[in-house]
Write a protein of this length. Structure first.
Lengths: 258, 386
């Protein structure tokens, strides 16, 4: 079985982020593997294991031929990676990103399943997975909290507000997984050393036949303005006169959490 | 010259940090309080290949060196979960067997040491103390066996190790009249080997023991390397041990400064964070400088051990690193406690319980006075006082 995992390499959230004059995110320091995608990587490794063999390929689009985040996922056990990196990608919107990633899936060879996270930690539009599936012409199964594969069919438990739906599709398909679907492993020392020599196929927009379709040139979306998120409102303070618990209970009831 | 660590080193740090963080200092303190061993953490570290990073790949190790083991040791300590037995098991016993063991011995002992089995180390004796030449535990050859008699003290972790590497006297050098030493792997449950627990005031989960060898019979193939070459051989493991003890101090120093900076930013008693008072900020900054100097020397020592043919330089660096790191780690910890005020001594804040282990590392594995003796004579050419 051949599973492809989309892994976004994002600026380290521990380092204060900054925007360029054109409102895009500065991507200067060493990027890290988006933690949301570590679940996909783990899921893929487990599925290949359960299938009794196969391979996990990573796909990423990132600036400056950055591979730092990919190395983490390769160290976890993925076999190889396709990295789309091209100055022409700068300014890509989510659809442009989906086009690049879909082409990269095709470049990866014959693929049974594509895994993504439900949304990235830096952009979090949550739109790339469905767009990719559409471009590939494959079914999209989203918000998976459990994934099983048997006899050419993928079955997921799709997280809903009330519980979950069971959704099924035939392969090949694209599945977006939620955080917590599995417990991601941490790379072992052997994994880390092996990752050093695993192949990363770096390709450009032209290599993918997407000349002129990515980056500012292809974007249908423009960022016209950026505003700070509204400051968090001060919380409500209760003076406990012996009936404090009632106020807490009614507050929680209003939130519908109890 | 390049001071940036490779991508692989960065990944190793990150991975050790994450594994250790799933346990955290609370786990460590709970093990101490509940008198249980930190086996789960030890095993997790072994399962990720961290405890055998420096051992040859053909025996299940990572094929890297002491620099990489130092990263493991430092990051575990920096997470508030220092693993003391790395010093004896991975840094001395495993290193000595990897360097001097026969192929049969290596394939017998090393694979287990990479997967989590421990082998502790016994050199210290009640009467010999810092003077290893006075070691009086003897091993006498008798056909296919050696018989061991004598005692050892302050031997860590004997209760959690199936084997202990023991330094014994096997003869006397005719010229110098000094003991000729040899190294033996002894099963901790061999008949005639008795142990008693030494109650300590260090708040760490590992225990210390006095060992008594009463005609302990071991097969002659338990001799590691050449008979009479024990001291020279053990030095190959003592430098790594010094480097690891330095990294435990550096790691705890980082852990303490991390907590102190956080606290000094958050805590305000005069309407401004206490970290704004230079009385708090400057001692922390001084501790940070000392810590980084000590880490740098420790990294150099590890690099020299792995790469340099100049063994004197490697020994000097390991000793200096050990000395400087114990002082720096203790200073960081002490200032972190001061920064926390009364909270610094409360269990909840996870600082004061680490004092014992860092304080220990000014005494063991080699005391600061013995380091100064070594630097005086080996580095400065001063006459020996003893
Ligand atoms: C080099 C580069 C330059 C960019 N420049 C701009 C710009 O100038 N202006 C702008 O508005 N935005 C820019 N972006 C960001 C981009 O437009 C989108 O934010 C992003 O790629 C997709 O949207 P999202 O992060 O909201 O994805 P989501 O839909 O939230 O992501 C869902 C999942 O899809 C997968 N995925 C998404 N993106 C990637 C990726 N790049 N690689 C691998 N997997 C991925 C992951 O699994 C992710 O968790 C740039 C991105 C890159 C990599
Ligand atoms: C918790 C703990 C764990 C330990 N674990 C192990 C272990 O696993 N295996 C093991 O073999 N040993 C172990 N040790 C022993 C440790 O290595 C020794 O305690 C240490 O080497 C000092 O030896 P000593 O205690 O005999 O001190 P002594 O040699 O009696 O020294 C007492 C004091 O005199 C000073 N001194 C001695 N000689 C000189 C001199 N020539 N010049 C100046 N000052 C001098 C010393 O520096 C020290 O301050 C452990 C000790 C402790 C406390």
């Amino acid at each position: 079985m051949h599973v492809v995992v989309c892994v976004k390499q994002i600026p380290d959230p521990a380092v204060p982020g900054a925007l360029n004059a054109d409102h895009t995110l500065k991507r200067e320091g060493k990027p890290i593997l988006d933690e949301s995608d570590s679940y996909g990587v783990e899921m893929a490794l487990q599925l290949v294991d359960a299938a009794g063999g196969g391979e996990v390929t990573l796909i990423s689009m990132a600036a400056n031929e950055e591979t730092a985040g990919l190395r983490t996922a390769l160290a976890m056990g993925a076999a190889k990676a396709v990295l789309v990196s091209d100055p022409a990608c700068a300014g890509s919107d989510a659809l442009g990103t989906a086009k690049a990633l879909a082409k990269a899936v095709e470049r990866a060879g014959s693929v049974d399943l594509v895994l993504t996270a439900t949304e990235s930690s830096d952009g979090y539009t949550g739109t790339v997975p469905a767009q990719m599936a559409e471009l590939l012409g494959w079914p999209a199964l989203t918000f998976a909290k459990k994934v099983d594969i048997a006899d050419g069919t993928v079955t997921i438990q799709r997280q809903t507000e009330a519980g979950y739906d069971t959704v099924q599709a035939s392969l090949p398909a694209l599945v977006s997984v939620t955080a917590g679907v599995v417990e991601p492993r941490y790379p072992s020392f052997k994994g880390i050393m092996a990752a050093k020599n695993k192949p990363v196929d770096i390709c450009t927009a032209a290599d993918l036949g997407l000349d002129g379709q990515l980056g500012w040139a292809g974007a249908r979306q423009t960022i016209t303005n950026v505003e700070n998120a509204p400051a968090r409102q001060a919380g409500e303070k209760f003076e406990d006169d012996g009936t404090g618990f009632e106020k807490v209970v009614s507050f929680l009831e209003n939130l519908k959490v109890i | 010259m390049d001071f940036t660590e490779s991508d692989e080193h960065a990944l190793l740090r990150e991975s050790v940090r994450k594994v250790a963080a799933t346990f955290g200092h609370e786990y460590y303190a709970r093990c101490t309080n509940d008198d249980v061993r930190p086996d789960d953490l030890w095993q997790a570290a072994a399962d990720h290949g961290f405890l055998g990073v420096h051992l040859p790949e053909e025996y299940g190790g990572g094929g890297a060196g002491i620099y990489e083991l130092a990263i493991v040791c430092e990051e575990l300590a920096a997470a508030g979960t220092p693993l003391l037995l790395i010093l004896v098991s991975a840094a001395i016993s495993a290193e000595v067997i990897a360097k001097f063991g026969s192929p049969t011995q290596k394939s017998h002992w090393l694979p287990g040491l990479t997967t989590g089995t421990k082998m502790v180390f016994a050199i210290t004796e009640p009467d010999a103390g810092s003077n290893s030449h006075r070691i009086s535990t003897t091993a006498k050859r008798d056909g296919d066996v050696y018989r061991l008699n004598g005692s050892k003290t302050y031997i860590s972790g004997v209760d959690e190790s199936p084997q202990v590497l023991v330094v014994c006297r096997t003869g006397v050098d005719e010229e110098t009249q000094r003991a000729k030493l040899s190294l033996f792997v002894v099963d901790t449950d061999t008949p005639g080997l008795h142990r008693t627990n030494i109650p300590m005031e260090i708040r760490a989960p590992e225990k210390q023991f006095q060992l008594f060898f009463d005609n302990v019979e071991i097969s002659a193939d338990r001799l590691i390397g050449d008979e009479g070459e024990g001291l020279r051989q053990v030095f190959e493991g003592l430098n790594p041990e010094r480097i690891m003890s330095a990294m435990i101090c550096n790691g705890v120093g980082r852990y303490a400064l991390g907590l102190a900076s956080q606290y000094a930013n958050d805590r305000a008693v005069w309407g401004t964070p206490i970290g704004r008072h230079q009385g708090i900020a400057h001692p922390l900054a001084t501790a940070k400088i000392e810590l980084e100097l000590a880490r740098l020397m420790t990294q150099k020592a590890a690099w020299l051990h792995d790469n340099s043919t100049d063994r004197v330089a490697a020994g000097e660096a390991a000793n200096m690193a050990k000395f400087a790191s114990a002082d720096a780690g203790l200073r960081c910890l002490d200032q972190a406690i001061q920064t926390h005020g009364g909270n610094g001594l409360a269990s909840e804040y996870g600082l004061a319980d680490l004092w014992g282990i860092v304080r220990l590392l000014k005494i063991a594995p080699v005391s600061r006075e013995m380091v100064l003796n070594f630097i005086s004579t080996a580095s400065l050419g001063l006459p020996k006082s003893y």
